[in-house]
Design a protein around this ligand. Structure first.
Ligand code: ATP
Ligand code: F6P
Length: 428
């Protein structure tokens, strides 16, 4: 990463890492600020960052080195793929040193520099308020205005020596100018680099909400069957009538688009929602192949070995002639890209598919994704924040079967009312 403080470097670094990890590519962020706090304490005044302060300069170089050494050591491990070096890296010398040190690694390391430039003072002030005042650096500072002034002085120390990437022609880089309103690319090559660039071009920071709901209870849910293209049960229809008011209470008059799968139960659930709608084949439920239309008990009886294997490694287990959770994640990648680009969206989806999408937003491990609880008749609201998302759940008081199968041996009891607010049925 390259850029002055409060330009969204950590935000972007963490997002890139989350995106790759979700797809099963091992990725890790090395934040030099964390090394500074660990080695020299968090509460450093702005003068620590003054380039004319030799002791501060020495200590900062020290931690930059420690972090880069750890990063290289990590990349030298067999399964590591993407490391993000999260620091200001704001001088030409620093960048040269990084390239030089990486070239001495025992494994080939390709470097790509991601520079965030932002001249909008109001965004920078917002960023300071959103993340810097609550950072451990200001834990002992009671007065937020004094903390903000100190941080602005810190920025000024960096501005004095800042050199934007310019004629370093042989570097591979992406420059994001004013939150991606202008993007400059140089020497981008290979699959991972082009994915990073495409991803960064889609990311925005305009406030919005993403809503998720499974379809209303279906006739297959009632009979315990998986897959299929069943219609809603009477209770599922009731949920579909209750949904518009619940959504409107949360969204007020803001615009939104509703995405469904191409299966009848999601389309039916969306039918009373008065918003533009889009059907995505990529949102169809995990394909259970030969087991489609069977109950879990029938699968256990007919394919006992498969059934046991699924519980051993549910994320990678692929149904005979069907899909695994990992397959679903890979086919959902365009959905994630589009979700990053969009404003308010409501996805009416399916259990496995929503687990995968929420897994991305909530940074869940690929082991936890297939066991995430997403009950029927529940609206989930995600509000993206500086370094993650807030999650709220609204459960509508219309009974539905529980389709969640906990991992055998796990202490995950049946879902209880009271874990989330239970709302009265609000059919209009
Ligand atoms: P520091 O150098 O102090 O670690 P930083 O550059 O890492 O600062 P962040 O901590 O990532 O800055 O700042 C987070 C804020 O940046 C978030 O509130 C986010 O909305 C905002 N942000 C994200 N992307 C950008 C961008 N491209 N330009 C400006 N701000 C951004
Ligand atoms: O039971 C509803 C359902 O959406 C099925 O169609 C699908 O096979 C299943 O959930 C996915 O959940 P799990 O991966 O826990 O079996």
């Amino acid at each position: 990463m390259v850029g002055l403080p409060a330009r969204g470097k950590t935000y972007l670094a963490q997002k890139i890492c989350r995106y790759f990890k979700w797809q099963g590519v091992s990725a890790r962020v090395f934040n030099v600020g964390d090394y500074r706090r660990q080695n020299y304490g968090a509460a450093q005044p702005h003068s620590f960052f003054d380039p004319t302060n030799p002791e501060g300069q020495r200590q900062r170089n020290d931690v930059a080195k420690l972090a880069l050494e750890d990063l290289i050591q990590w990349l030298e491990k067999p399964d590591s793929s993407v490391a993000v070096y999260d620091a200001t890296n704001s001088t030409r010398d620093r960048r040269e040193w990084i390239v030089q040190r990486c070239s001495q690694s025992t494994v080939p390391i390709e470097t790509i520099f991601i520079e965030s430039i932002c001249e909008d003072a109001s965004i920078i002030l917002e960023n300071i308020k959103a993340v810097k005042l609550s950072s451990p650096d200001y834990a002992n500072e009671q007065d937020p205005d004094r903390a903000a002034r100190d941080f602005q002085k810190r920025i000024h120390h960096y501005e004095v020596q800042y050199e934007t990437i310019s004629d370093e022609d042989d570097l591979t880089y992406v420059k994001l100018i004013n939150v991606g309103s202008l993007v400059v690319l140089n020497h981008i090559q290979g699959y991972l680099q082009s994915r990073v660039v495409y991803y960064l071009m889609n990311v925005h920071i305009t406030p919005r909400c993403i809503f998720f709901s499974r379809h209303g209870e279906s006739m297959y849910n009632v009979s315990g069957k998986i897959g299929g293209d069943a219609v809603l049960s009477p209770r599922g229809e009731e949920y579909s009538s209750a949904l518009p008011k619940l959504v409107r209470d949360n969204l007020k008059d803001q615009p939104m688009t509703v995405w469904t799968s191409t299966l009848r139960r999601t389309i039916q659930t969306a039918q009373e929602l008065n918003y533009p709608k889009l059907q995505w084949k990529a949102l169809d439920e995990l394909d259970a192949g030969l087991c489609d239309g069977m109950t879990y008990e029938e699968i256990e009886k007919k394919y006992p070995e498969d059934y046991a294997n699924r519980d051993k490694d549910k994320f990678t287990y692929r149904y005979r002639g069907g899909e695994s959770y990992h397959d679903v994640v890979l086919r959902l990648e365009p959905i994630i890209m589009e979700l990053e680009r969009q404003s308010n969206i409501l996805i009416i989806g399916h259990q496995a598919v929503l687990r995968c999408i929420l897994g991305y937003f909530m940074n869940l491990s690929i082991q936890d994704i297939p066991y995430l609880r997403i009950p029927l008749h529940t609206l989930i609201k995600l509000t993206p924040r500086a370094y993650g998302c807030d999650e709220e759940r609204f459960r509508v008081k219309i009974d539905a079967v529980d389709t969640h199968r906990p991992k055998p041996g796990a202490t995950d009891g049946p879902e209880k009312d009271g874990e989330v607010p239970v709302l009265p049925s609000m059919a209009e």
